[in-house]
Design a protein around this ligand. Structure first.
Ligand SMILES: [Ca+2]
Length: 117
């Protein structure tokens, strides 16, 4: 059996959560229609099909969202309390090391010492 040779139509049939992606039915071009957020969804798996009016071909498209650093750095503690002794003659001396964490996602991926008082 031969194809009719009709116009191909392209379609996303599954996985287009929230209408994030748009497909141009005539060309098959897939466009990002809304912003993606790594913190909410890291991967989309689209079922994608082409239909020539007689036959339908299906495939799968895996789209990974790349994380960018869009979170504010945070100190590890909300308040630091220390005690220093009076009449100590040893100067200068370290009394506290404060660190903060740069966050790429909800989980902290690395820490960096920022200040020595
Ligand atoms: Ca991020």
């Amino acid at each position: 059996m031969q194809s009719t040779g009709g116009t191909l139509r392209y379609l996303i049939t599954e996985g287009n959560t929230g209408g994030t992606f748009e497909v141009q039915p005539e060309t098959g071009e897939i466009r990002l229609g809304t912003p993606v957020d790594f913190e909410k969804k890291q991967q989309y798996i689209l079922k994608y099909s082409a239909n020539d009016g007689l036959f339908v071909a299906d495939t799968e498209i895996v789209i990974n969202v790349q994380n960018v650093n869009d979170e504010r750095p945070e100190f590890d503690e909300p308040i630091y309390r220390i005690t220093v002794e009076e009449e100590d003659e040893d100067f200068p001396r370290s009394i506290l090391t404060v660190s903060f964490s740069l966050s790429l996602a909800k989980t902290h991926v690395f820490s960096q010492t920022c200040c020595i008082v």
